[in-house]
Design a protein around this ligand. Structure first.
Ligand code: ATP
Ligand code: MG
Length: 262
C-alpha cells in the first residue's frame, strides 16, 4: 500500500503568555504522520503532550511553525480530527446512541441513515445492547468506548486520544487496549495517542515518540511494530524484543537530553 502523508508538523513552537513571564511549552516539534499509522507519545508530566494534541485538534494555535493536514494549514477544530479525552465527554442528557449520533445529526443525515450508522458503530465498540442506556448506567470502560464511537462515526482522518485509559483500572485498561487495536485494524483510522504508560505505547503504537521535559521536544522516534502482529497480549509484552524496546524508550525518558541512551 502506498503511504500517504496526511499530517505534518513543522518546527512547531508554543509559548503560553502568563501574568509576569511566558511559559514555553513546546520547542521545535516536527512530526510527519502517514495514513494508517498509530503514533503513541510518552513524556514526563507537564512536558506539553496535551498542548501538542490541542494544536493538532485546532483548539490552540502554535506560536511559530505550522501544522498541515492534507497540505492545508489547520486553523480551527473540525470533525476530521476527533479528540478522545481522559474522562469520557458524553452528554448526560442523551442516551448512548444519541451521543454517538451527535455528529451525524449536526451534519444533517436522515434519521434512518443515522440509525444504521450508529448500529454499526455500537457493534464495532461492543456496545450494541447499550444504545438506549444513559451514560451514567455504563462502566468507565464502556463510557470510553462510547466516546470513541462518537468520534469514529465522523470517519475522522485522525483520532487524537489524550490518556484515554488513564482513569481505568488495570484489567479494564488491558481490555480496552485490545478493543482499540481491534478498532484500528478494522477501520485503518490514523491514531495519535498520549499515554503515561511506556508499555501501553509500545504495545499499541506502530511508532513511539518520546518527549523531553518542558519545553517539550521530540527526543526519540522509535518503531514499535507489535500492533501489526496478531497474538496474545501477555505473550507479546513478555517477549525479549518487546522488553528491549521498552528499556530503550525508558532510557530516553530518564536521560532526555541524551541523543543516544546510555
Ligand atoms: N492554557 C494554558 N495557559 C498557560 N499555561 C498552560 C496552559 N496549558 C498548559 N500550560 C502549561 O504548559 C505546560 C504543558 O502543559 P500540558 O498540559 O500540555 O502538559 P502535559 O504533558 O499534557 O502534562 P500531563 O502529563 O500532566 O497531562 C505546563 O507547564 C502547563 O502548566
Ligand atoms: Mg496532559
Amino acid at each position: 500500500m502506498a503511504s500517504t502523508s496526511i499530517l505534518n508538523l513543522r518546527q512547531v513552537e508554543l509559548t503560553y503568555p502568563s501574568r509576569d513571564n511566558v511559559v514555553q511549552a513546546l520547542a521545535d516539534i516536527s512530526i510527519n504522520v502517514t495514513a494508517g499509522e498509530f503514533i503513541c507519545i510518552v513524556g514526563p508530566s507537564g512536558c506539553g503532550k496535551t498542548s501538542l494534541l490541542k494544536i493538532i485538534a485546532g483548539f490552540v494555535q502554535p506560536s511559530d511553525g505550522e501544522v498541515l493536514m492534507d497540505g492545508r494549514r489547520i486553523t480551527e477544530p473540525a470533525a476530521d480530527r476527533g479528540m478522545v479525552f481522559q474522562q469520557p465527554a458524553l452528554y448526560p442528557w442523551l442516551n448512548v446512541a444519541e451521543n454517538v449520533a451527535f455528529g451525524l445529526r449536526m451534519r444533517g443525515l436522515s434519521g434512518r441513515e443515522r440509525v444504521k450508522r450508529v448500529d454499526t458503530m455500537l457493534d464495532l465498540v461492543g456496545l450494541h445492547d447499550f444504545g438506549r442506556r444513559a451514560p451514567y448506567e455504563l462502566s468507565g470502560g464502556m463510557q470510553q468506548r462510547a466516546a470513541i464511537a462518537r468520534v469514529l462515526i465522523n470517519e475522522p482522518r485522525v483520532m487524537l486520544m489524550d490518556e484515554p485509559f488513564g482513569a481505568l483500572d488495570a484489567l479494564t485498561r488491558e481490555h480496552m487496549q485490545e478493543e482499540l487495536l481491534k478498532i484500528w485494524r478494522a477501520t485503518h483510522t490514523t491514531i495519535i495517542l498520549i499515554t503515561h504508560s511506556v508499555e501501553e505505547a509500545i504495545y499499541l503504537g506502530t511508532r513511539t515518540l518520546v518527549m523531553s521535559p518542558r519545553p517539550g521536544r521530540i527526543v526519540a522516534d522509535i518503531p514499535t511494530p507489535f500492533s501489526r502482529e496478531a497474538g496474545e497480549s501477555r505473550a507479546i509484552k513478555s517477549r525479549a524484543d518487546f522488553i528491549a524496546i521498552r528499556e530503550n524508550v525508558l532510557a530516553y525518558i530518564w536521560r532526555p537530553s541524551a541523543q543516544q541512551p546510555a
